[in-house]
Design a protein around this ligand. Structure first.
Ligand code: NDP
Ligand code: 8X3
Length: 259
């Protein structure tokens, strides 16, 4: 059953990884898209490809979710054109650094808190009132296994993803009395640009995160998001924790030497 055909899906962080895979899968279901990220050239390429391939409408916007005024202007522009997202996928996020808390880098901390927590809040604060006015909507927050278990040197990243889980619960409670659903997808290790960003561009270090087992792909996560989005209106799948089979919990990963 395809319940998202013809709906409008706003995805933050659509230029790469999980956000891009969600955009591709939603497009495959004939949903129209609003895609936001900082790397506009990538959004432009994605728009061209998806419009050509699926005959849908893709609106793109260069956006840094950390800049509250820009988020508000972006959503006001949508409202002025009578565009209300039926679905918001709060995906933009990152980890920066992997240091002990007492040795942490302040810039890394601020990037993570400003993007993963404050950015998600700014976008949600701007979009949810439009959904309330429309009387419908679905918000999917991309959390993490790191929002369920803390790991050594994960500290601030863990805290931001615990916050995403708390905010998912908070949104659900605060939206009682409406038909708007809020869900959270918490992935384990997925091979995207995530670790390259965490290690400030060191791809060798990033690749080591994914060796010795088969990590998730961005599409594996998008499959879970699409499953949530396709549930009937009276069904809210509030949480999905999805890991590679080899990742039994955040610490316990079966790494095998190649045969
Ligand atoms: P990628 O690095 O591949 O993608 C991150 C996306 O977020 C990019 O499109 C990037 O776009 C966007 N982004 C980052 N900062 C901003 C910003 N300030 N404003 C707007 N967009 C921003 O990583 P993933 O796809 O893996 O990450 C997506 C989400 O999944 C994140 O929230 C991450 O925490 C979460 N996650 C990832 C896991 C993994 O193992 N990969 C596991 C668990 C959760 P641009 O740079 O163009 O702005
Ligand atoms: C990303 C998963 O384990 O690298 O959220 O923190 S982990």
């Amino acid at each position: 059953m395809n319940r998202i055909k013809g709906k409008t899906v706003l995805i933050t962080g659509a230029s790469s990884g999980i956000g891009k895979a969600c955009a591709e899968q939603c497009a495959g279901c004939q949903a129209n898209l609003i895609l936001a990220a900082r790397r506009f050239d990538r959004l432009q390429t994605l728009k061209n490809d998806l419009e050509k391939m699926h005959g849908i409408v893709v609106f793109i916007h260069r956006l840094d979710v950390r800049v509250r005024q820009d988020v508000e202007n972006f959503v006001s522009q949508l409202a002025a054109r009578d565009i209300c997202p039926d679905i918001l996928i709060n995906n933009a996020g990152l980890s920066a650094g992997l240091d002990k808390l007492h040795e942490g880098n302040f810039d890394d901390w601020e990037r993570m808190i400003d993007t993963n927590v404050k950015g998600l809040l700014y976008v949600s604060r701007a979009v949810i009132p439009l959904m309330i006015k429309a009387g419908k909507g679905h918000v999917v927050n991309i959390g993490s296994i790191a929002g369920h278990q803390v790991y050594p040197c994960g500290n601030v990243y863990n805290a931001t993803k615990f916050a995403v889980r708390a905010l998912t619960e908070a949104m659900n409670i605060d939206l009682s009395g409406t038909d708007i659903r809020v869900s959270c997808v918490s992935p384990g290790a997925a091979n995207t640009e995530f670790s390259t960003v965490r290690f400030h561009g060191d791809t060798k270090k990033a690749d080591m995160i994914y060796t010795g087992y088969k990590p998730l792909s961005a599409d594996d996560i998008a499959d879970a998001v699409l499953y949530i989005l396709n549930a009937p209106e009276h069904v809210n799948i509030q949480n999905i924790l999805i890991t590679p089979t080899a990742q039994r919990n955040i610490y316990c990963v079966d790494r095998r030497k190649p045969d």
